[in-house]
Design a protein around this ligand. Sequence first.
Ligand code: NIG
Ligand code: FE
Length: 416
Amino acid sequence: MTARQLLDTLITNIGQLLTMEGKGPAKGEQMKKLSVLNHAAVGVKDGKIAFVGSAKQAEQLQAERVIDADGRLVTPGLVDPHTHLVFGGSREQEMTLKQQGVPYLEILKRGGGILSTVAATRNASEEELVQKAKLHLDRMLSYGMTTVEAKSGYGLDRQTELKQLRVVKRLKEEHPIDLVSTFLGAHAIPPEYQHDPEQFLAEMLELLDVVKAEQLAEFVDIFCETGVFTVEQSRAFLQAAQAKGFAVKIHADEIDPLGGTELAVELGAASGDHLVGASEAGIRKLAQSNTIAVLLPGTSFYLGKEAYAKARSMIDAGAAVALSTDFNPGSSPTENLQLIMSIAALKLKMTPEEIWHAVTVNAAYAIHRGEEAGRIAIGRKADLVIWDASNYAYVPYHYGVNHVHMVLKAGRVVAE
Ligand code: NIG
Ligand code: FE
């Protein structure tokens, strides 16, 4: 950047700038160290970061628009690597059942839970789903989330799974948030296949050819859980998906410890998600792999569970941990990743330094966006959040509210 070049935007007078500098995902010990620039400035040109330095150096620069951060914290846009963004209806009636002690998997067994959202999603038009998902995305953007993964899985039939994925494809064009699409056709066994899950999985596998041809998803996921899909079914399904050219993820060991964590590592999955019941052996394997542990403590919280994922053991063993909302209508109806950061501090005992890695760079690697999102560096997309906070520890500390002052997506102010 030379003094004569004109920047589009210069954010200066930044109190703390988290660049998340580094290479690759932050594993174990690396999650404990944050690169912080004090009294900093960031310049943007053509939607990309063109300057990172001190506010003093920035005095030499010219910009069309100067934003005075007034001592605030600036970070990369938050990345949410696991959401069930597109669905019809809502499930507030289940709250009473949960209060009466009916377990999550029991509600599903009775045809409620995921299956009631399946019915609502089958009944909704593509246009209705687009409009509804847009509201959720607007809320996410207002919370500082600029890259978000979105799963299908509330169709469980050809037509509706494709409808959900097409909604995501449309939203990629129509919404500023960068979306990453995952096919989760194996999310539950639909009523019409209750007695033949193998046949259902075969149908979902067949559907992958259309998904591939129309470029509707880059990841394939499965719900490996008691009463849903076994470890053996999950292995076979995901291996077949890999053979068709998809990267894979797993809803693993969320409620019962089945060994899904080990399976995620064995398959070289981009991420193993939930991992509440991960075994010590599974955690050791995770630490030696490139699989990111995506933890979703909002789910333990919302389902009223005592057990939370063992984030401390995972980080101490050397694993790369990411955090996510798991936004969905059943086990975690919230778009607020900042709230999840607080729950991670309180329940997973993660430090602020670890939490910031988990919602930026590690979350980006969990969805293969590590080279684009989650870090502030010259040439990267200018996805930035200016916070109403003077330091990074303040955001997880002051919980349940939105601390965003301003969000820039590819250099454009999209929320303030
Ligand atoms: O990640 N566990 C499976 N899927 C979601 C919940 C989906 C739902 O209840 O609608 C989850 O927790
Ligand atoms: Fe999920």
